[in-house]
Design a protein around this ligand. Structure first.
Ligand SMILES: *Cc1c(COP(=O)(O)O)cnc(C)c1O
Length: 384
């Protein structure tokens, strides 16, 4: 059996080497390393793929979030509501811009930001909501957009884990995540669903004015050469990364389908087990739409019930099966983001999830033998 990895980028690269290598070579031959044609080509291709008017490439997903907030004109003291259960980048940029992070609890089934908790957290100072499509499952966007409209708030989707996912609106219509809010951010970190071979990111928006503002911000606040109208940053996607992304974008749907296929096999093995809660997103669709694109499984995360998680992690490691705990500490309890404003009783779900979740290997190259070995090993331990 091939060695099991959390993410297997080598095997994936081997299959697309013939497309990726010449694309990178072109950049080198033309020496168009910054803002070359590959970047524009990728931008257009991604706009078409997502059905969004503007994609503004930048250096990484964290910058993308920061730049989106700068572009929306958020000011120190403005309150920004986001999920307590996510990667720290989301809250980090809020704090960095001297905005006030307002962390709220998540839903126990979807692990995504809890709309009722957002409602409770809205004050006259609230200016924006940042839902994260955690692990690849779209957040409850219709309800969030309704709330935003009612209270005149911006919505910035953190789509770093959700690229390619489709959100189904109440009326049954579908929109790709990242094309719903006022702005969205994504990351092309190598292990993300659409990853490059270094760092990369992008901001999305359907708003022409905001797109214009942001195009200046990413380039030192310049709208005309050497005229600096606003305080900007230097945040670029380099052409070599764009070349990789251009070669990989046509495979994104196939990649996400491979992730869903693996998730389906995992679900099949773990469903109806009293100690395991399988992720939602596929289960709700099973039998209804087998090709449903709602969850793109950036991570496949189980919620354990009465299982010694540390012992399971050790057992898996012993069998050379890597696994991860995303995320082990709620953001509201992190040293950098602790605040007297927070009340433990408001974070019941996150406080529980950090002790019970475990993420299994999830990538585009897992084969049946590996998947069966993983599910058997987990079940053998839990059924002991
Ligand atoms: C990866 C990630 C980011 C940050 O992306 P980088 O490109 O690593 O800066 C932000 N938010 C979430 C939810 C992520 O998973």
């Amino acid at each position: 059996m091939k060695k099991i990895q959390m993410v297997d980028l080598q095997s994936q690269y081997a299959k697309i080497k013939d497309i990726v290598d010449p694309s990178i070579q072109e950049v080198m031959d033309s020496a168009t390393f910054i803002n070359g044609p590959k970047v524009h080509e990728f931008q257009k291709n991604l706009e078409d793929y997502l059905g969004v008017k503007h994609v503004i490439p930048c250096a990484n997903g964290t910058d993308a979030l920061q730049i989106a907030m700068m572009g929306l004109g958020l000011k120190p003291g403005d309150e920004v509501i986001t999920a307590d259960f996510t990667f720290a980048a989301t809250v980090e940029v809020i704090a960095l811009l001297q905005l006030t992070p307002v962390l709220v609890d998540v839903d126990p089934v979807t692990f995504n930001i809890d709309v009722e908790a957002i409602k409770k957290a809205i004050t006259p100072k609230t200016k924006a909501i940042v839902p994260v499509h955690l692990f690849g499952l779209p957040a409850n966007m219709d309800a969030i957009m309704d709330l935003a409209k009612e209270h005149n708030l911006f919505v910035i989707e953190d789509n770093a884990q959700g690229i390619g996912a489709e959100y189904t609106h109440r009326d049954g219509s579908k929109t790709k995540t990242g094309a719903i809010g006022h702005a969205a951010s994504t990351s092309f970190f190598p292990s993300k669903n659409l990853g490059c071979y270094g760092d990369g990111g992008a901001i999305f928006t359907n708003d022409d004015d905001l797109a214009h503002t942001i195009r200046g911000i990413v380039n030192h606040g310049m709208y005309e050469r050497y005229h600096h109208d606003v305080v900007g940053v230097n945040s670029r996607l380099d052409s070599i990364q764009a070349a990789v992304l251009n070669a990989k974008l046509p495979h994104l749907d196939t990649y996400n389908a491979a992730r869903r296929r693996t998730a389906r096999k995992y679900n099949e093995a773990f469903k109806n087990h009293k100690n395991i809660i399988i992720p939602t997103g596929l289960t709700t669709c099973e039998g209804i739409c087998d090709t449903c694109d709602c969850h793109v499984f950036h991570q496949y995360t189980l919620n354990l019930v009465d299982v010694d998680r540390d012992a399971l992690v050790a057992h898996l490691q012993e069998k050379n099966i890597p696994c991860g705990v995303y995320y082990p500490i709620p953001l509201h309890r992190q040293k950098a983001y602790k605040d007297e404003r927070y009340n433990e009783a408001d974070f019941k779900v996150t406080n529980a999830l950090v002790t019970s979740v475990i993420s299994l290997p999830m990538h585009t190259e897992l084969d049946d033998e590996q998947i069966t070995f993983i599910t058997d090993t987990v079940l053998n331990f839990i059924n002991l």
